[in-house]
Design a protein around this ligand. Structure first.
Ligand code: NAI
Length: 320
């Protein structure tokens, strides 16, 4: 086995660390030499109430194991206060794990503005507020590691989670951009889509599945990505039950229509199989906006050599 990855001298903020995945992350960093800010508002999994107990218990656990930790009870919406706690207690911040989260599951038809907004506040605004306060510190010290927490619901969509899936995918976009902006200052930002037994999943997943989904099987990836020796930046991983896989976009080879002629939906209909075919050996994996634009830019010069036959468009009343 390689050398133990230690975090001595590093200060880690873990949001929502009073239970579930956040607790596991906090305990692990605490056991590997880091000083940990255990943030938790102590609310229910749907965001009601508040208690200092959740964070306090985890701080006690870390200290009992010989580690260093302080509690913070602010909402992630007051991210600056969480960073302030780290600065006051330990004098620096090196790693931010944006993990805090709640659910307000309801079908889109029944969703209220409040349910939409609250989910965006906690997941998106909360991550923003913590990072916005930590960012200048990271830049100045030329070191920073960030983990954002998305969800399969964000990547693929999930019934009853329009608010949650939209907010969770926002964190992927945030990650990609911060990875680009932070790179020159040795700030790396990655995003995980975890699966783990927690109070968030205990009502949705069957007990036998939950038994195989220990939060401790997600945390080692978080720790690896946050280590000073790790170069990975801007990546998205699915992780759970000991499985770890990286995701990327895939684009079909597509079809370029002449750029100097009107484009009609009927032409698209005709080429639909080609446009949507991932299996013809022409698919690519664009990894930046530049690579994304290549398909479009390469079609600038696609001008028609001959007059394309205009399809006859027949309306419902039979007129051509
Ligand atoms: P959890 O409910 O056990 O932990 C979330 C923690 O965040 C709680 O301790 C809660 O008090 C805290 N929290 C909520 N709102 C907060 C706020 N405004 N400020 C500070 N703390 C707040 O849930 P779990 O499963 O550990 O979730 C952790 C993260 O992982 C969440 O972002 C969740 O969306 C995400 N996730 C979890 C999955 C799973 O399978 N458990 C699947 C996909 C994503």
């Amino acid at each position: 086995m390689a050398q133990t990855l230690r975090f001595d001298g590093r200060v880690v903020i873990v949001t929502g660390a009073g239970g579930g995945l956040g607790r596991s992350h906090a305990l692990f960093f605490g056991s590997r030499g880091a000083s940990v800010v255990v943030n938790d508002l102590g609310s229910s999994h749907t965001g009601e109430g508040a208690s200092t107990r959740a964070a306090d218990v985890v701080v006690e656990e870390i200290r009992a194991g010989g580690g260093k930790a302080v509690a913070n009870y602010d909402s992630v919406l007051d991210g600056d206060k969480i960073v302030e706690t780290a600065m006051k207690a330990f004098g620096r911040v090196d790693i931010v794990i944006n993990n805090a989260g709640i659910l307000k599951d309801v079908s889109f038809a029944r969703m209220t503005d409040e349910q939409w907004k609250l989910i965006f506040q906690v997941h998106v605004d909360g991550a923003y507020k913590v990072l916005k306060a930590a960012w200048p510190i990271f830049r100045q010290q030329k070191f920073g590691r960030i983990i954002n927490t998305t969800s399969a619901a964000g990547i693929y969509g999930n019934f009853g989670q329009a608010n949650y899936s939209a907010a969770k995918l926002a964190l992927v976009g945030l990650t990609r951009t911060l990875a680009l902006e932070g790179k020159k200052d040795n700030i790396h930002c990655n995003v995980i889509a975890p699966m783990a037994a927690s109070r968030m999943t205990e009502t949705v997943l069957p007990p036998d599945m939950l038994a195989s989904l220990k939060p401790e099987m997600v945390t080692p990836l978080v720790a690896y990505l946050c280590h000073e020796s790790t170069a990975e930046n801007g990546s998205l991983f699915e992780v759970g039950a000991g499985f770890i896989g990286k995701l990327r976009w895939e684009r079909t080879g597509g079809h370029g229509f002449p750029n100097d002629k009107p484009l009609l939906p009927e032409q698209i209909q005709e080429k639909w199989e080609v446009i949507t075919n991932f299996e013809d050996g022409r698919a690519t994996h664009p990894d930046s906006t530049q690579e994304s634009m290549e398909g479009i830019i390469s079609n600038f010069e696609n001008v028609s050599k001959e007059e394309a036959p205009r399809p006859r468009v027949v309306s419902e009343d039979g007129k051509v």
